[in-house]
Design a binder for this molecule. Structure first.
Ligand SMILES: [Ca+2]
Ligand SMILES: [Ca+2]
Ligand SMILES: [Ca+2]
Ligand SMILES: [Ca+2]
Length: 297
């Protein structure tokens, strides 16, 4: 009865939750019934109720994910995921976590995993509500926090960029990475932003590798005019839209660390790590160790 010894501590951990300590605030799993994900199709947020919508054409629900076709959302109608406004700016600290595959380079250059901010088009407040340029103004991203899938079409290069030019004068922070991408292979990502009211610290992991360590941005999440909250599409609306499949996307209201990332990867996209209160009681490192031990036996 060797197995039971390992299930028991997990059950205890899962039940050791303090009230009011929840840190997972949004969870989109894209587990809608397989089939066409036509323009306007909804995908649920099982934690925060912030329903997302497919905008544009050519997407499909796979049963476990949202498969975007890749292409042009400006002159064309390549589909992307559109989440509600103001998901980030109401927080000072978040972790954006997900599982996604980049299916091909067919989406073009500077495609995005996520891009959350605003686009030129004053006085329309920078919001683009569908394929094309619904503002009729300029095409530049103004405010945004984004994670790219490529740099200029090179999918073995990526970028995190945080621009604060809505209104102008806030500057930009750029954090580049050089990670090989295998098309069609699902990977895990986590980007944490920890604000102190004046500046923010950015950490980034891909498949558990700590790619960006304590990057400093002289601004806070409250500085973002987050009216374009997008998966796959760039706030620079001339950019290509990702050919990728989103299996899971989450927003946590605290900052991840290595132990959190390791534990989340060990659990996988279909399970959520127990509430952080558990970690403060029992130690997150110990929990990650316990998971690894369980998996290795
Ligand atoms: Ca899923
Ligand atoms: Ca695809
Ligand atoms: Ca701003
Ligand atoms: Ca919007």
């Amino acid at each position: 009865m060797k197995t039971h010894r390992h299930f028991l501590p997990l059950a205890l951990l899962a039940s050791t939750v303090l009230p009011g300590s929840s840190a997972l605030i949004h969870r989109w799993s894209f587990n809608e019934a397989a089939g066409s994900a036509a323009d306007g199709s909804a995908f649920v947020d099982s934690v925060g109720g912030a329903t997302g919508f497919v905008r544009g054409d050519g997407a499909n629900f796979t049963g476990t994910g949202l498969d975007l076709p890749g292409g042009d959302s400006f002159n064309g109608r390549a589909a992307y995921g559109d989440l509600p406004n103001n998901l980030l700016s109401v927080h000072s600290t978040v972790t954006l976590e997900g599982w996604v595959s980049v299916d091909s380079s067919g989406g073009g250059g500077w495609t995005r995993i996520f891009d959350i901010g605003s686009t030129q088009g004053d006085p329309a407040a920078g919001e683009i509500t569908g394929p094309g340029n619904t503002n009729g103004g300029g095409t530049d991203g103004r405010d945004y926090l984004m994670l790219s899938a490529s740099r200029g079409g090179n999918y073995n290069q990526q970028r995190i960029e945080w621009r604060n030019e809505d209104p102008g004068g806030g500057g930009v922070t750029t954090l580049d990475s050089n990670l090989n991408t295998t098309f069609g292979e699902i990977f895990h990502f986590a980007v944490s932003v920890e604000g102190d009211g004046t500046q923010s610290i950015i950490n980034y992991w891909r498949n558990g590798e700590h790619v960006t360590v304590d990057g400093v941005a002289p601004r806070t999440l409250g500085d973002i005019n987050d009216v374009n909250t997008w998966l796959g599409r760039s706030t620079w609306i001339n950019d290509g839209t990702l050919d990728g499949t989103f299996e899971e996307f989450r927003i946590w209201d605290n900052a991840a660390d290595q132990s959190f990332v390791d534990a989340s990867i060990a659990l996988g996209a279909d399970s959520v790590i127990p509430e952080p209160a558990v970690f403060s009681l029992l130690g997150l490192t110990g929990f990650a160790f316990l998971l690894r031990r369980r998996r290795s036996q």
